[in-house]
Design a protein around this ligand. Structure first.
Ligand SMILES: Nc1ncnc2c1ncn2[C@@H]1O[C@H](COP(=O)(O)OP(=O)(O)OP(=O)(O)O)[C@@H](O)[C@H]1O
Ligand SMILES: [Mg+2]
Length: 568
């Protein structure tokens, strides 16, 4: 005979509606659950009240066993205990993936006779949780025999389905996360690989550039050394007529000055040369460069220089400006393999400076009527290392240097170019004040030895020290020498009283700048001149006279005059 239906079957409409309200709340809570533990937490806390039974247990399958993982019951039952899978009702429900109603456990032959002997449990309703092969089950328990009401079955199944959906979602999310992290890892590995290969590429490019550069420099230096050696050879040869010696010596000097320019170019490329902007008179600068420019561009190209009258001086580093013009001229030359016209023009203009104020600028343009550039080349032209020239003919650094120089000087670089018509590169630089002429001009007189005063000369390099010493003596100074700053200080402590200390800057031990600071403090009457290369010049106090290597006798004389003016 059919067991009697009971439980929620006897509830009135309002009570039933309230129960379904609880079901809705539980379903909502389950929708936020992602793991079996969270599902168990929600069901364990709410199911008993929803179903209206005396106990709810949650069972999880663990291999051949079913383990009771949560329980909400009038009396404690099996929490933490495990049962053989085939002997448990929950196991059966999971195995058959279906809800199972047990109206009297004592009458069911599948249940071991002593299975529920010590408990209050007489009837139960069990529903599996999880799709496909369920991994868990929820059981509602009663102390009396009988069939659960249809609403109770529907409620328990609704809870189980919401729990299954939550587990499914959790599983999908977990695999999505796993996929995501795999993807992440993949991207990271790829990026690292890419960066590594770019590093290698950069290294290769750098090596190539260094190779090209070294090749160029070695070749250029060799060419410059030939006239220098020839000149010195003439000086050392006995019976050559005086004017022949003079001619060759002059050629040697020219070559040496070109070598100086080459070194400056290299330093500018290495960005080791700090900018020293002064007021540069372009007319004067161009006059000094013209011969060199003409020989650089060759006889097939006409050089036209068109500088506006009353051109104010340009506020820029003289050497860099020279270098910029040279670079632009070489580019123009290369763009006119069959000859043409290279025009260097300058005119004043006003424009807004970076400060926002309108200021005077000089518009310097270098124009050729050569091949011109297409849009793509023009767009990339100032990029470092961009070149369209064959390997060994261009490093692609020329325009990028000019561009950097213009920016650093507070100006701009613009390119106007038309394919087949020619190119104009315009460098607009701020106008400045004219440089004060050095007190000692070209007309250096030779004085009797010692009449100009006494110089303490400090330099660790013997060759350089000797040649400077010769120059000083020719200029009429009495010279005492020291090989390092400490030795110079010791000499002064012992009573040596020079009028002037001329010192190298970078030396082992104390530097020239440090020596200057000490002397300024302890012997303010001694004039100071630091002769420096390019390293560490920023450490030299701005009020100490400085002379760059290499230099000629007249430069040394002018710098000494400046140094003496600072102490008098
Ligand atoms: N006057 C010009 N006419 C046509 N193309 C030019 C001109 N100036 C520059 N270019 C283009 O811009 C490129 C870059 O010029 P840039 O001076 O930076 O390098 P480069 O001349 O190739 O090499 P480098 O100056 O280092 O010897 C050139 O290779 C060339 O394609
Ligand atoms: Mg170039």
């Amino acid at each position: 005979m059919e067991a009697e239906q009971r439980g929620a079957a006897g509830l009135d409409d309002r009570a039933l509606a309230a129960r379904w309200g609880y079901v809705a709340e539980a379903v909502e809570a389950l929708s936020a659950a992602r793991s079996m533990d969270e599902v168990i937490d929600v069901l364990g806390a709410r199911a008993r009240r929803i179903i209206g039974c005396e106990g709810v247990v949650l069972v999880v399958r663990d291999g051949d066993l079913c383990r009771c993982v949560a329980e909400d019951s009038v009396e404690s039952l099996w929490l933490g205990q495990s049962f053989r899978w085939e002997e448990s009702v929950a196991g059966w429900a999971m195995h058959h993936a279906t809800t199972m109603s047990e109206s009297d456990v004592l009458l069911d032959p599948r249940v071991p006779p002593d299975g529920y002997a010590d408990t209050y449990v007489r009837s139960m309703l069990v529903t599996p949780i999880g799709r496909g092969q369920p991994r868990a089950a929820i059981a509602a328990l009663w102390s009396e025999s009988g069939r659960p009401g249809d609403n109770q079955v529907a409620m328990l199944e609704t809870l189980a389905r919401a729990a299954s959906a939550a587990l499914e979602r959790g599983r999908l999310l977990a695999s999505l996360e796993e996929l995501n992290s795999e993807l992440d890892q993949c991207v990271r590995t790829r990026t690292a690989e890419l960066e590594q290969s770019q590093d290698v590429l950069r290294q290769v490019q750098k090596t190539e550039i260094v190779g090209q550069l070294t090749g160029h420099v070695a070749h250029d230096f060799n060419n410059l050394l030939s006239p220098i050696i020839a000149g010195l050879d003439a000086v050392l040869t006995d019976n050559l007529p005086h004017d022949a010696v003079l001619r060759r010596a002059q050629m040697a000097m020219q070559a040496a000055e070109s070598a100086q320019t080459l070194v400056q170019r290299l330093l500018a490329f290495a960005r080791r040369q700090p900018l020293a902007p002064t007021g540069v008179d372009l007319v004067d600068l161009m006059a000094g460069m013209e011969a060199m420019l003409r020989s650089t561009i060759g006889p097939r190209i006409d050089l036209v220089v068109d500088l506006a009258a009353d051109l104010p001086p340009v506020h820029a580093d003289r050497n860099q400006l020279e270098l910029a013009i040279l670079n632009l001229a070489v580019n123009g030359r290369d763009a006119m393999p069959d000859g043409g016209v290279l025009k260097i023009a300058a005119s004043p203009c006003t424009r807004r400076a970076t400060s926002g104020q309108r200021r005077k600028f000089i518009r310097l343009s270098v124009t050729d009527n050569g091949t011109g550039m297409d849009a793509a080349t023009r767009a990339l032209a100032v990029e470092p290392f961009f070149t369209t020239k064959p390997v060994g003919h261009g490093t692609g650094l020329g325009l990028s240097m000019v561009h950097g120089f213009a920016g650093q000087s507070g100006g701009i670089l613009e390119i106007e170019s038309e394919l087949g018509r020619g190119t104009s590169v315009i460098v607009t630089l701020p106008a400045g004040l004219a440089e004060v002429e050095s007190p000692a001009g070209e007309s250096a007189e030779v004085h009797a030895a010692g009449s100009q005063g006494k110089v303490l000369l400090v330099d660790d390099n013997e060759l350089v020290r000797h040649s400077t010493c010769e120059m000083l003596m020719e200029l009429g100074y009495e010279v005492v020498e020291a090989t390092m700053a400490e030795e110079a200080l010791a000499m002064i402590e012992l009573g040596e009283r020079p009028d002037l200390v001329v010192t190298d800057h970078i030396m082992p031990g104390m530097s020239g700048a440090e020596l200057a600071v000490r002397l300024r403090r302890d012997h303010p009457g001694i004039a100071l001149l630091i002769i420096s290369g390019f390293e560490g010049v920023e450490l030299i106090a701005p009020d100490v006279a400085r002379l760059s290597k290499p230099f000629r006798s007249r430069h040394l004389q002018a710098s000494i005059a400046a140094a003496r003016a600072l102490v008098s």
